[in-house]
Design a protein around this ligand. Structure first.
Ligand code: NAP
Length: 287
């Protein structure tokens, strides 16, 4: 447990619910490791109380916070500035206080690409295929473009939502690289992609026996392909188990969670985050 003094600074996460969040475990381990006089707390904030919560946090000198569901979009109008990546994704997960106001960014895309960058591969001829077109898919698309992929295919099961997803990027150069496909069109792409990413919640505990696509579809992946699942409970998911059985390399969602948290912490404290400490705290909590 961190020691609390009269000088201890406050960081935290707002969400509704927020009880399940693993961020306090990771962030407090990092703060203690660095000897920083601050604590990171979970703040349950009901949607209608969001403006009051931000004013209250400003009033008591909170330095910064993460925003999770349902506040990632709703918080934007309450911020003085947001970064370009947050603008593109249309969501903010990291907020800090400066110059008399709150400022926001999104560290999910950076978190998503961190384990891919580690592979030191050339992404300029890779067309990733993204399963699902919800909130996390937005960070994944932005991340793939940041990585240098020339085109990103996003497959969804609901054509209206898919069209809205495509439309939502009109103000961004990302739209030119985006190709949306229906779930039925997925098979046209599986044999051609080196990177298949699950951003649907299918396969998340307690429905751990489920997979967004079946083993026969995963068997279409070419040699050397990577299957990446954003889910981190269970580890690995059925999707990853089946992909690995066909010879693919696999990445689960824990590293994205660690790295988005590390990038947020660096924003707040202005120094490198102890990623290994954060990873170890997270893995211990997951076990
Ligand atoms: P979301 O906004 O609800 O989006 C979920 C997407 O999955 C939607 O496009 C949804 O389609 C689709 N989907 C749901 N069930 C499906 C099914 N049976 N078949 C095909 N598509 C289906 O959720 P999210 O916030 O993007 O989160 C998605 C997952 O990513 C969650 O498991 C979450 O825990 C994980 N995540 C992990 C991290 C990390 O750091 N590792 C970060 C963010 C999210 P419809 O709209 O048609 O329902």
């Amino acid at each position: 447990m961190p020691e609390i003094h009269g000088t201890t600074q406050l960081l935290g996460i707002i969400g509704h619910p927020v009880e399940h969040s693993l961020s306090p475990v990771m962030q407090n381990a990092a703060l203690m490791h660095l000897g920083i006089d601050a604590v990171f707390l979970p703040f349950p904030v009901e949607p209608e109380r969001l403006p009051t919560a931000l004013a209250g946090m400003a009033a008591i000198g909170v330095q910064g916070f993460n925003a999770t569901i349902p506040h990632k979009q709703a918080v934007i109008p309450l911020l003085k500035t947001i970064t370009q990546v947050a603008q593109q994704i249309g969501a903010v997960n990291t907020v800090w206080w400066a110059d008399g106001g709150w400022h926001g960014t999104n560290t999910d895309a950076a978190g998503f690409i961190a384990p891919l960058r580690e592979l030191a591969r050339d992404w300029s001829d890779v067309t990733p295929v993204v399963l699902g077109n919800g909130g996390a898919a937005r960070a994944v698309v932005a991340g793939c473009v940041e990585l240098g992929c020339p085109q990103v295919v996003v497959a969804g099961r609901n054509e209206e939502k898919l069209a809205a997803f495509e439309q939502s990027w009109t103000a961004s150069e990302i739209q030119q690289r985006l190709k949306v496909q229906t779930w039925e069109q997925l098979d046209n792409w599986l044999s051609r992609t080196q990177l298949l990413i699950n951003t649907t919640p299918v396969g998340m505990a307690p429905n751990s026996d489920r997979s967004p696509i079946d083993a026969a579809q995963l068997a279409q992946l070419p040699g050397g392909a990577i299957a990446y699942d954003l889910i981190y409970t269970p580890r690995p998911t059925q999707f990853l188990i089946q992909a690995q059985a066909t010879g693919a390399s696999i990445i689960d969602g824990t590293e994205m969670l660690v790295q988005q948290g590390a990038a947020a912490l660096e924003r707040w404290i202005g120094q490198p985050a102890p990623v290994a400490v954060m990873r170890s705290a997270l893995l211990q909590a997951l076990e």
